[in-house]
Design a protein around this ligand. Structure first.
Ligand code: SAH
Length: 350
């Protein structure tokens, strides 16, 4: 007997791809838009409920496509309101998604890979190594879960969870297309931010999408020597290459670049680094986001104290830079920047 064919994830299909599938089943292509509506606007979780589709089509879809990419494994609630969701994928890998409420905003921090290849010295996401890319449906599924299972509205979407989004460009691009499309999740590009540790070809490809998506560069060091020590990818792409790719991105998209800078005590927070960083920000007309280092078990780094963070910020301001400090949220549940590691570290607290 033939073993049962593995089902595909419906969320992995763009609208155009779904139209072709529907046509292959002998149905008019407008059915694809109907199906998209069910999935992305109504949060369909059982094909039976899509009652305006012909029964034949519902049966075919049910036989070939899964609606859900994962199950909720566990959820942690921080004292500051941040929530971290751990999802179990179909292959039993885990990913984490963080929901960060702040005033009127509700930001969702999305993962794009299980693990990460890039091994930035201060980040937990690289600790398990690289396991695999997420598919488009596994990325958008994180949004659907919050919107439909929890019935919460979201205002901002940042690709700052586990993994390097620009290293998984095909899935990222398709997920952004579905997020951005009016038939899909209907999210304005300006509400979406892609963060990268400096994958130069990816920055160029993102530019070629021609969208007004925001770009954050995880800079962390304002010169090649220090950057090569903290961000191994800097051995492949020089600061100059990364900065000029960002400049081109800013020009093409009309968006202001953000420079993310993890402040690590005694490593990258002297006046010398502040001066170099201010120059870079000036050149790119970028804003700087300082992130005091979030502790990761086993790492030798230290978070600077409040006065040191303020001093660094003041130097930058005095040199004319636009600078904010990101108050790390969810530290107590290891949901802060750089603390996401799937279940790899999750068991070490609580
Ligand atoms: N790979 C992408 C997306 C991850 S974003 C990137 O590097 O941009 C996660 C952000 O948190 C990055 O800016 C990352 O450098 C930062 N980060 C990593 N480890 C951190 C830590 N221990 N403390 C504070 N920020 C950290």
């Amino acid at each position: 007997m033939r073993s049962q064919e593995a089902k595909r994830l419906i969320g992995d299909l763009s609208l155009a791809e779904l139209s072709r599938e529907v046509e292959a089943l002998g149905e008019p292509s407008y059915r694809a838009r109907q199906i998209f509506k069910w999935i992305y606007q109504k949060g369909l979780d059982d094909w039976k409920e899509a009652t305006d589709l012909p029964l034949f089509l519902r049966k075919q879809l049910g036989a070939h496509f899964d609606l859900r990419p994962f199950d909720l494994e566990t959820c942690y609630q921080s004292r500051d309101g941040t929530q971290k969701f751990v999802f179990r994928l179909k292959d039993n890998n885990f990913i984490e998604t963080v929901l960060i409420p702040s005033g009127e905003r509700r930001t969702l921090c999305l993962s794009t890979q299980v693990g990460c290849k890039f091994g930035c010295l201060f980040c937990a996401s690289g600790l398990p190594g690289f396991i695999r890319h997420l598919s488009p449906g596994e990325i958008t599924g994180q949004i659907l879960f919050i919107r439909h299972d929890l019935e919460l509205s979201l205002t901002n979407f940042v690709f700052m969870g586990m993994g390097e989004p620009l290293d998984n460009f095909p899935s990222l691009a398709k997920a952004i297309e579905i997020m951005n499309s009016p038939e899909g999740l209907g999210i304005a590009a300006r509400r979406i931010t892609v963060s990268t540790c400096g994958v130069v070809p990816g920055i160029k490809k993102l530019k070629d999408l021609g969208l007004q998506v925001n770009l954050s560069l995880s800079l962390h060091a304002p010169n090649d020597e220090l950057r090569r020590r903290l961000v191994p990818l800097a051995k492949k792409y020089s600061l100059e290459e990364v900065l000029s790719a960002c400049e081109e991105y800013a020009e093409a998209s009309g968006r202001i670049i953000t420079l993310e800078y993890v402040l690590i005590n005694g490593v990258n927070n002297s006046l010398k680094e502040a001066t170099q960083l201010a120059k870079i920000a000036h050149r790119l007309r970028a804003k700087i986001n300082l992130i005091p280092y979030s502790p990761v078990p086993g790492q030798p780094f230290q978070r600077p104290d409040r006065q040191d963070v303020e001093a660094f910020k003041k130097w930058l301001k005095d040199m004319g830079a636009k600078v904010t400090v990101r108050l790390s949220k969810g530290l107590d549940i290891q949901a802060a920047c750089g603390q996401l590691a799937g279940r790899f570290l999750s068991t070490k607290f609580n």
